[in-house]
Design a protein around this ligand. Structure first.
Ligand code: FES
Length: 256
């Protein structure tokens, strides 16, 4: 179904703003596809046509990009994408069980949407939040240290239309369309809301501050001043001066 003249005018104005951010207009394609999702709830055929016409590309070129990335949906997406991380660490910490129980509860499998159009369930790859495994993402906001019970309770709230707050991020998770507009580059003013980095992510930084460690070796403290530091090349215990281990040895004794 073609866009109305009014919709086309709105999309064209937004697209012009996106395109103005790049030296090469074709670079605007990725955010423009998010813009289409923010309007249609997925990358629709008319959205592909709009991107192609605006950027002077073939529709096949736009489709090739839209089908490459999993964040672009080729079918109407649910109001909330619930992504359960089932990469190695999250999987063994319970991610597989969370996905299985949500799939059973919702009656949908991977990349499928509930009949009420509320939830699209996905298996997702590592979200670089392994220190909070197992992690669930809702419209790409973090829900840390999940259990099958906590995941189910959150999803039921969404189905009832109640707001849910991620562990880190804004005060409430936005809808798929709202989040898509942010991904298109239109700021929603929520960057300062909620918790930013969680305690597990900050632990390394805290330790470094306690010990006086810095990335460039500056601020090095001596044992006498109560701090610890790695030995520098040439100093006592430096690994540079340690004999290489024979790969055939058992690693327990001296190299032969
Ligand atoms: S394995 Fe799940 S966040 Fe890294």
């Amino acid at each position: 179904m073609a866009y109305t003249a009014e919709t086309l005018e709105t999309l064209a104005a937004d697209a012009a703003e996106i395109i103005s951010r790049y030296p090469d207009p074709n670079s605007a394609l990725l955010p423009m596809l998010h813009l289409v999702q923010s309007h249609d709830g997925f990358v629709s055929p008319q959205g592909i046509e709009f991107c192609a016409t605006t950027l002077g590309l073939a529709t096949s070129e736009v489709s090739a990009v839209a089908t490459f990335y999993t964040q672009y949906k080729r079918r109407p997406n649910g109001e909330y994408t619930v992504g359960v991380c089932t990469n190695t660490l999250c999987a063994i910490m319970g991610g597989d069980e969370i996905f299985r129980s949500l799939s059973e509860r919702l009656g949908v499998g991977h990349d499928e949407t509930t009949e009420d159009g509320k939830i699209t369930l996905e298996r997702v790859e590592c979200n670089a939040a392994c220190d909070f495994a197992p992690v669930m993402m809702i419209n790409w906001e973090f829900f840390d240290n999940q259990t099958p019970e906590s995941a189910a309770a959150t999803v039921e709230k969404l189905r009832r239309g109640e707001p849910v707050a991620p562990t880190r991020g804004p005060a409430a998770v936005g809808t798929f369309k709202e989040t898509s507009r942010v991904l298109a580059g239109f700021y929603d003013g929520k960057a300062g809301e909620g918790v930013a980095a969680g305690p597990a992510s900050l632990r390394g930084l805290e330790l470094a501050r306690e010990k006086g460690w810095t990335a460039d070796g500056g601020g090095k403290q001596t044992a006498a001043s109560g701090g610890e530091s790695a030995p520098q090349p040439g100093e006592e215990h430096s690994s540079v001066d340690r004999p290489a281990e024979d790969p055939k040895s058992d690693g327990k004794g001296e190299a032969k």
